[in-house]
Write a protein that binds this ligand. Structure first.
Ligand code: ZN
Length: 173
């Protein structure tokens, strides 16, 4: 059974509103849609899409929840795996499901003016790589899988340490 409806958002336009309480880490919905691969020279912002890989985005089917999934700098939900939208904490019926777009978006030129009204609103939201490492760590469990697979959550020092642990320390950096 669906756990939400599309209703009036307190953030922007219409949003995904919970019809019942959900528990932390519970899947609220799976972001479904056509997967597109953007080849070089064809970059442009696709509203409401979810990035799921290097140069890969899911375009939400019309009327689907993904189409109305708003951004908040104080998100209630995040991404598990490729495209599962899960609760970041226990949520109450009536709360809006909103993710931090920067936890899945890495296109370098992407940015968005934000009016989410959260106390910690960044005003301009930029891609993952521009996020402070403290925030990256805080939300690591709710970050798109391809970002973790690409080791984009690590800073240079952590990356070198990981390489050394793997025995790849023959190269000099
Ligand atoms: Zn904001």
């Amino acid at each position: 059974m669906k756990k939400y409806h599309i209703g009036k958002s307190k953030i922007y336009g219409k949003g995904v509103i919970l019809d019942r309480d959900v528990k932390k880490d519970e899947t609220i919905f799976v972001f479904l849609g056509q997967e597109i691969t953007v080849t070089s020279g064809d970059w442009f912002h696709r509203p409401c899409s979810l990035q799921v890989g290097y140069a890969k985005w899911l375009m939400p089917s019309s009327g689907s929840a993904g189409r109305y999934l708003n951004h908040s700098c104080n998100p209630t939900a995040g991404v598990h795996g490729k495209n599962k939208i899960v609760a970041m904490r226990n949520l109450k019926k009536g709360e809006e499901v909103a993710i931090d777009y920067a936890l899945s978006e890495t296109y370098p030129l992407w940015h968005m003016r934000c009016h989410c009204k959260a106390k910690n609103c960044r005003k301009v939201v930029k891609p993952y790589q521009d996020m402070p490492s403290q925030r990256k760590k805080k939300f690591i469990k709710y970050t798109s899988k391809y970002i973790i697979d690409m080791k984009m959550h690590l800073n240079w020092k952590e990356y070198i340490a990981l390489e050394k642990k793997r025995g790849n320390n023959k190269k000099s950096y």
